[in-house]
Design a protein around this ligand. Structure first.
Ligand code: MN
Ligand code: MN
Length: 198
């Protein structure tokens, strides 16, 4: 089979980057040849997480040839995706945003109203009986803590919380210690007063 490219949205955040890595790993464990890519530069927060976990960043791509096989994570809107998405062959989408995609062909589409794509991916690993190792757990945890602002954003669901409990055990990371360090790495602290930081 031809190569498959996995990527998230433009202006990538921690969920988009880690979900493309975790989804590519999922496909590889199922025996499929895929490559995880990114559509833009890493932000400081994501850089911190990848550095901490010792994981390489996905390859930067600007465009792909017409007819390329792609898997989208953490988005489905063509406006946030690769150039000429309508000329690609979308095999799968794993997401947690509203539906903004129309295709003229059937595809695997999974989106759930949860706080983070990694919460959906966690369930997919479990359902397929695939191992979530320490590194994959760290990547998943980073994204959920980022998208939900340490489980405090209004988008946070009971499922996100349950998954974070499990990911803390596997990764050995503390949501508050690691999570706060990660969020801080992505923030220019000079933008805040000491009161806001506390
Ligand atoms: Mn995102
Ligand atoms: Mn997300």
């Amino acid at each position: 089979m031809e190569k498959v490219y996995v990527f998230g949205h433009q202006n990538p955040d921690t969920d988009t980057i880690t979900s493309s890595i975790v989804m590519a790993n999922y496909e590889k464990l199922l025996g499929n040849e895929v490559e995880c890519c990114r559509l833009g530069n890493l932000n400081k927060e994501t850089e911190y997480a990848l550095n901490y976990l010792g994981v390489e960043a996905p390859r930067l791509i600007e465009e792909l040839p017409e007819g390329s096989n792609v898997i989208l994570v953490d988005h489905n809107s063509p406006l946030e995706s690769i150039k000429d998405l309508d000329k690609m062959n979308i095999l799968k989408v794993v997401d947690h945003h509203k539906l903004a995609l129309e295709t003229g062909y059937p595809l695997f589409y999974r989106a759930e109203p949860v706080g983070c794509t990694e919460t959906v991916l966690f369930k997919m690993y479990k359902e397929a009986g695939l191992e979530i190792d320490k590194t994959i757990a760290g990547l998943m945890l980073s994204a959920i803590l980022s998208d939900t602002l340490l489980l405090k954003s209004p988008t946070t669901t009971a499922e996100d919380k349950k998954v974070v409990d499990e990911l803390e055990k596997i990764s050995g990371l503390d949501r508050n210690v690691y999570g706060l360090d990660m969020l801080k790495a992505g923030t220019d602290l000079s933008d805040f007063t000491p009161e806001q930081l506390v």
